[in-house]
Design a protein around this ligand. Sequence first.
Ligand code: SAH
Length: 347
Amino acid sequence: MDKARRDIRALSLEELRRFFTSNAVPAFKGNQVYEWLWSKGSHDFEGMTNLSKSHRSLLEEHFVINHIEVDHLQRSNDGTVKNAIRLHDGFLVESVLIPTDSRATACVSSQVGCSLDCHFCATSKLKRMRNLNADEIYDQVVVIDRQSRLYYNRGLTNIVFMGMGEPLMNYKNTLLAIQKITSPDGLGMSPKRITVSTSGITKIIREMADQNPKFKLAVSLHSAIEKTRNRLMPFTKKFPLPELLEALKYWYDQTKSKITFEVVVWQGINDKQEDIDALVAYCKQVPSKVNLIEYNAIGDNQFVQAKPASISAYISALEGQNISVTVRQSRGNDIDAACGQLANKQH
Ligand code: SAH
């Protein structure tokens, strides 16, 4: 009966080996199955050709292989590819391939919808339905890696957890997925090429830091003035800026890796000198750099991208204090694939 069959990819290699030995089959069969499931991306037991028929039936009897499917794909004029990914239970999430001259970046989702309430983000309008499993996160990367090879003749160079959801509200599966992405029996990518972006869940930042992670951390700060940040992202009332700063200092102490602060500048919200001064003062307290993100409209008129002069003022103030700053240009916004625009609109 299907009800009793478990998702085989929820098992670790050790558990798979144990499953075989408890069924009087040599443990190394577990390694072979593991390879089929992860390196070779098998979707059925039938095709596992180095397994005997009886071993395949044994697996069939106990397990299912859940997998994702690209339901719908859109290509932007700038080369960005947005995928609507269908999960085994019918939910949709979005994943994006962002090619540039020197990089191919996958932007992946960690949850179906999001439980946070950032007013400027389209995903926040969707309720959080569930967390993604580690294999569902990993599979998005595999799909996008294949697309990158197909369309641009190169594998992925970078991965950002900046799609739908808050990765730190699903951090166990996020960490498991990263383990798989970086492990030689997965994709073997360097963790230095992976960035996890969070809106700043302080307790989890500390917990992750304790595990000595090698990936990079980005924080959606947007404002270093408490009142303004609370207005933009009401849930941050639970995570005050001084507490966030302490958690980030702890992250840096453990990892020696600089924090990236992500900041969108909006007219009339955070484009004044006091906003700039507050950001500079905040950044100076922890080794960090700033990524100024272009605002991607989400169909209401509440927010308007700041004037170029305000962006320049941010840049010179930060650089003046030796804080490095980059400006992230919007990509794929003609197909609603840009940051903050992922909302399953096509469906
Ligand atoms: N929940 C995580 C990851 C998803 S959002 C986080 O908050 O970091 C990824 C990035 O896109 C964040 O920096 C977020 O602040 C930014 N973002 C959200 N909506 C946006 C919009 N409409 N325009 C530009 N960037 C946006």
